[in-house]
Design a protein around this ligand. Sequence first.
Ligand code: PHE
Ligand code: ZN
Length: 849
Amino acid sequence: MKDAAPTTVYLKDYTPFGFTLESVHLTFDLAPDATRVKSRIAVRPDPAVPDRQFFLHGEQLKLISAAIDGKPVSPEVTPEGLTCKVPDKPFEWTCEVEIAPAKNTALEGLYVSNGMYCTQCEAEGFRKITYYPDRPDVMSVFTVRINGDLPVLLSNGNPVDSGEGWAEWHDPWPKPSYLFALVAGDLVAHSDSFTTISGQEVALNLWVRPGDEGKCSFGMEALKKSMKWDEDVYGREYDLDIFNIVAVDDFNMGAMENKGLNVFNSSAVLASPETSTDMNFERIEAIIAHEYFHNWTGNRITCRDWFQLCLKEGLTVFRDSQFTSDMRSAAVKRIGDVIDLRARQFPEDNGPLAHPVRPESFQEINNFYTATVYEKGAEVIGMLKRLVGDQAYAEALDLYFARHDGQACTIEDWLKVFEDVTGRDLSQFKRWYSQAGTPRLKVSESWEDGTLRLTFTQSTPPSAATPAPLPQVIPIAVGLIGANGDELRETEVLEMTKASQTFEFKDLPNRPHASILRGFSAPVILERDLSAAERAFFLAHDTDPYCRWEAGRGIALDTLNAMSLTGAAPDSAYLDGMIAVLRDDTLDPAYRALMLGLPGQSELAAAQAEAGYTPDPDAIWAAAEALRQALATRAGDLLARVYAGAQVDGPYRPDAEQSGKRALAGAVLALLTRLDNGTTAAVQYARADNMTLKLSALACLLRAGKGQAELVAFYDEWRHDRLVIDKWFMLQVGEAPPASAVETVRKLTQHPDFNYRNPNRFRAVMGAFTGHHAGFHRKDGAGYELLADWLIKLDPLNPQTTARMCSAFQTWRRYDAGRQALIRAQLDRIAATPDLSRDTTEMITRIQR
Ligand code: PHE
Ligand code: ZN
């Protein structure tokens, strides 16, 4: 169906609705092609709002009837909703509509996935279910009756009553429509319970398709840990008698925090050692926590409008990262977050899609569920906490919950609690919410008479979203290290507020080494001229795990740049540093695995473009290969020793300790395979009793041009399991040689199991492809054309997933004129597609500018 002409919505235009909804009653008569939805809403006009308009959103609905206080009315209906004349006193609105969930391929509103009814309402999906003021500042108490011939009928809140073919639910907590959910199907529960800190017993259920019962226990444990952690750390208790989670196979995102009824992409909750990797387990634990934490940061306190999305998402990501740090290794989590931020948020913030953490306009809100809103939004909270200190942070959060419970809030409300608790003026800090772009932070040092001076200069490149950025408040954590590696002072957080600023460290006996931006204390690009020797010093001695890792990263970047731009040989400082890491058994294996990783090839391309070079994806690929080969050769016998030392004995556990060892073994196996032609990998594959070891071995074999028999056997063994077959698709694309990645993708899209309507499967292939830097950026443009073909094909069915994938083109200006022209041609071709969705139109237009 064609979208209405795109219009831009502005933050500055916010106006309240003008009516209070005292209660909402919904009745669903489920049928795949003709579900009837009846609504009964008690409405009270709000005299404080002049020029009230009773406008209800509604899209793709068949209006059957509408009435006010029982008298039929004929509202004025448009493709966006309806407007009705209403009395100037409280009244009852009733309405009946018909919808067709089985035809809903966009997976927004009410849809059917494998015979199961399921809803997705955030951000603006509820308007595809019934006419309603579908905006987050309209909160109400919902009662839901579901009539349907299915064994399990679920909605938000607590169960009221049920019988054969029906169930009724009541949610006592006022909520916006985006948190509404309904699920109906033939499902089985993995059940448990949790007793809250005040002694309330909560029934917990994880609902899955029959056959998936064996993949529930890890998710359930993660849920209980999350509930406990939020009580212990934030004093937040759960507030209903029951908490339901449902796994669904067709889902555009990871998961959704609907009140009391979280809906999860099955990939974000189902796990077993045989079918899931360590990384899957860690991600599942984090997403379960994230959605659970939304119960307070998102649901009890929600957003006034969608411009405030970071209010709930930045904070909830920050909370889930704290949780993961507590459950696992804080150092490893922090470095992983920095890697992700640089891989996903930095390109966004420094390209045509750049937008502030709190955007000021949009056409399609679905396009703003971005790394900037989520991950940079979380970084901003981390900075705030650093600046005010842990104690003040805790007090501010207590005040936030006390003051705003039950409200729909703004970033202003959020910052005000910090101002009230600390007495600080946060108006300059607020620029982190209003300005796009990643600040560049330059540092220079001088030493004189026992005083070390650090001079910092900040500048943010102008963008369409922020043409004239002003200086931001940057917390810079600095440590001073002596020549023998001792910490000379406690780490200090410098608070930079000006464009240029000098900080002094006095009374030092000798010139120290300054370890800067410890813990990645601000989401900036640090520009520091360090000699190879200084980098090597930090790699060997820095006690801050992030800075130590970053030193190795810097050496790797330098050598890869030199290799790919000038044909230089691998830097022996890098090789020496990595040999030391391989030898150092005192380091956490997970941390060693991170140290052995190379920067992403797209990140390298970005760094080269930033430095004024034109990146060549093939040269970058070749440099990375050559560097790995050089390291493998140099390490020689050491590899087999480290590999042996990283073996796990005892039964599989997905915890930090075991997965760290497997990560190290995997990193070393990749090197070892370059020396032994895959002998060790083949043995590991044959012996492995878990998916982590299977997959890392198979990846090594494919990379070495082997493993075809294993690939076939793998498919035969797992063809019944969609999540495992996603991995099978993903791996073949990821490990394809650059010259033939396009052909690999073409072949896989012809496979009978390539169902592009399933977002997980589509992303397994196309996401892996766009992540294959040299494969996607093939010089003849075949990669661009292939992606564009599939975006054009998917857009009419699923605009949201199509639009997200468009971001693969956002970096086009980095590359040579030939590639630029080839990408532009594909962007033009997509833009010219008749009836292109609003989602994809907005993305392509922004990327083109
Ligand atoms: N609010 C969800 C989360 O962050 C993400 C989401 C957005 C899911 C929109 C579906 C649709 O947890
Ligand atoms: Zn979220």
